[in-house]
Design a protein around this ligand. Structure first.
Ligand code: NDP
Length: 604
């Protein structure tokens, strides 16, 4: 699809208009936590709580969070011979986001062969190119079993305090279950998007019907199950979904099949490209899965996603995954390749990025016209922004759902829902009466909520200084992992590291190697304490600030990727990833680990 210069100009003008329409002075302040009638979200509907005695022992490594971060670190430590590993989670089992998010239709956005970690080690072949939630959750449990991580795990347990005791050279950890134990090393993988939020719509508490957030799906009300059985509790119900992000795109098709009537309230449409899910073939997989295959696939996916990471534009870059994530980069490379070498400047590269993006988004918008029968609905489902301004979505049943007579798109022209009443949802002065409201309104981002609110506790390092005090002006780490004043503590998250959004577990795959290498070095050398120096932390933060990798452009439509369209302050900017990209970061970390000198760390 070729786009002329005047078409490009009018598209960019439309992008700016659509963004301006959505800018709000309250930014992230428009969202509210789940309290009052939604407070049940803190309870676990999936696993009954089991009474147990408090633990008061000592472990080598305690990890807070039983999602992919904790599972990967735990598995690698066990492989390295560290036996005493304890994972603590407020959920009733492993899985993190996949434990809580069991909404119908939940599946992974990223191809399962790169998204699901430790496939090679567990020998598991995913059933589909994009695995569904229950299979991913089961895989988390598989990792837990295979690596013996259930043995010391504490589930349904919320850490309330974690403090460094210099005299013991240990962390002291206390929980809401009365536990009070020590650990030589601790890790934190409490998740980037784990605290659900609601839009602060006036009247939200007045609704007399049923309502819940997607991350705490109420199957007792809807009937059905995460495995996809029909939600027969909804056959006589009028249901509203508020929000049209990645979660809504997955659950709307399922709701459409079950509800008497479904009203989808949209503020900003998602870009919804082709998914093309398919079962994986075991003969093909046997061919693919030669030793070392998953690391090769991970590296290949990330290199393709970054388009120019360490490869010349003329080099053939094999694309193993071949999906919507790598497609944009492939297009950029093609545009640049068509130019003579002397014209391939950095400026032209940015232009190629823009041109590839416009071409791609025009195709996605054309898809809405091709799939959706009603022209007004099709027009309203078109996303007017660059593809990476919001989480790109891929689905083969979402747009199609709007062709069903029981499904209605209620577009709010960027304004959002006006009001909620006792009986339903108001948009443009019209009240849509419903029995149930499903909030697909997402999660607080890291800089939108304090560390203590996000994690449930605030670690206290040397001299009792809390991590949130240390991070008062924004995150400070070396490599996104080590924090000065917090010896023997490792944060396992995206910021100040690769910040690779296309495949979040890949970040943790690499961090788990770093944590394990450092811990093994300390244990083998008989060191009690390892800490990043203040200078090394400062140098890393300086590097990030000097080169400032773009994080959610202000030109984008507002959302959590770009601080709701407000200029990023120093705090938000500190959440940037390594300026030279994920491939370069992983290479740097590999060399740093191999060097054995662990520059920046002090062992004692
Ligand atoms: P999002 O934050 O992406 O979406 C929230 C939705 O609520 C947006 O459409 C937003 O509109 C809308 N909204 C907010 N306020 C209002 C209002 N007042 N009136 C109407 N609509 C409103 O949350 P999701 O749960 O969809 O996704 C969160 C993240 O989780 C994703 O970005 C992705 O990273 C991850 N995810 C991953 C999946 C995977 O397969 N791996 C699947 C699902 C989610 P607006 O856009 O205008 O702000």
């Amino acid at each position: 699809m070729t786009v002329t210069t005047s078409q490009k100009e009018s598209i960019l003008k439309r992008y700016a208009q659509e963004r301006d329409k959505r800018l709000r002075p309250d930014g992230l302040g428009q969202y509210v936590p789940l309290t009052g009638r939604f407070a049940h979200y803190a309870e676990d509907p999936y696993t009954p709580m089991v009474e147990r005695e408090p633990v008061t022992d000592d472990v080598t490594f305690a990890f807070i969070g039983g999602g992919f971060a904790g599972l990967l670190v735990g598995a690698r430590l066990k492989e390295a011979g560290v036996e005493s590993v304890r994972i603590i989670d407020k959920a009733g089992g492993f899985g993190g986001t996949w434990y809580w998010n069991r909404y119908p239709g939940a599946m992974c956005d990223t191809a399962s062969l790169v998204y699901m970690p430790l496939l090679e080690e567990t020998g598991h072949m995913p059933t589909e190119k994009y695995a569904h939630g229950p299979e991913i959750l089961e895989h988390c449990e598989r990792i837990g079993k295979q690596f013996g991580l259930y043995e010391h795990a504490l589930f349904h347990t919320q850490v309330t305090d974690m403090a460094w005791d210099e005299s013991l050279a240990r962390w002291r950890i206390q929980t809401n279950r009365g536990d009070d134990f020590t650990a030589q090393f601790v890790g934190m993988g409490t998740g980037p998007l784990q605290v659900p939020k609601l839009p602060g719509i006036p009247g939200i508490d007045d609704f007399a019907g049923h309502s819940f957030h997607t991350s705490r799906w109420d199957y007792a009300y809807t009937g059905g199950s995460p495995e996809g059985t029909t939600m027969d509790g909804l056959s006589d119900k009028r249901v509203a979904v508020i929000g049209t992000g990645a979660t809504a795109v997955q659950c709307v098709p399922e709701l459409a099949k079950s509800c008497k009537e479904l009203f989808v309230f949209q503020r900003t449409p998602s870009s919804v490209d082709v998914r093309g899910n398919q079962p994986l073939d075991s003969a093909w997989f046997a061919d693919v899965s030669s030793p070392g295959w998953q690391q090769r696939w991970l590296d290949n996916f990330t290199a393709n996603w970054e388009a120019f990471a360490g490869v010349s534009v003329d080099d053939e870059l094999e694309d193993l995954v071949q999906d919507g994530w790598t497609d944009l980069a492939r297009r950029m490379r093609d545009i640049l390749r068509a130019l003579p070498p002397e014209e391939r400047s950095a400026e032209r590269m940015m232009e190629a990025f823009e041109d590839a993006d416009i071409e791609k988004m025009e195709e996605i918008r054309a898809r809405a016209d091709a799939v959706v029968a009603d022209p007004t609905t099709a027009a309203n489902l078109k996303a007017w922004y660059r593809q990476l301004c919001k989480r790109p979505c891929f689905h083969d049943e979402y747009l199609q759902a709007f062709n069903r007579p029981n499904v209605h798109l209620v577009d709010t022209d960027g304004k959002g829902v006006e009001r909620i009443t006792e009986h339903g949802v108001v948009v443009g002065g019209h009240e849509y009466e419903v029995d149930c409201i499903v909030f697909a309104s997402g999660f607080f981002v890291e800089f939108g909520i304090s560390l203590a609110e996000r994690a449930g506790f605030d670690p206290k390092g040397v001299g009792g200084k809390s991590l949130s005090q240390h991070w008062e002006d924004g995150m400070r780490t070396m490599h996104g992992v080590h924090v000065h004043g917090f010896p023997n503590l490792f944060v396992v998250q995206l910021g100040q590291g690769a910040a690779l959004a296309s495949n979040v577990p890949h970040n943790y795959v690499e961090s788990s190697k770093t944590v394990t290498t450092v811990v093994s070095h300390a244990l083998d050398g008989g060191f009690e304490r390892v800490e990043v120096t203040g200078e090394a932390e400062e140098a890393w933060v300086d590097l990030l600030e000097t080169h400032g990798r773009a994080f959610g452009s202000e030109e984008c439509t507002p959302g959590y990727y770009n601080n709701e369209g407000r200029p990023a302050g120093p705090k938000e900017r500190r959440n940037f990833g390594y300026p030279f990209g994920a491939v370069a970061f992983f290479k740097l970390m590999d060399e740093w680990r191999r060097s054995g000198s662990f520059d920046g760390l002090e062992f004692s």
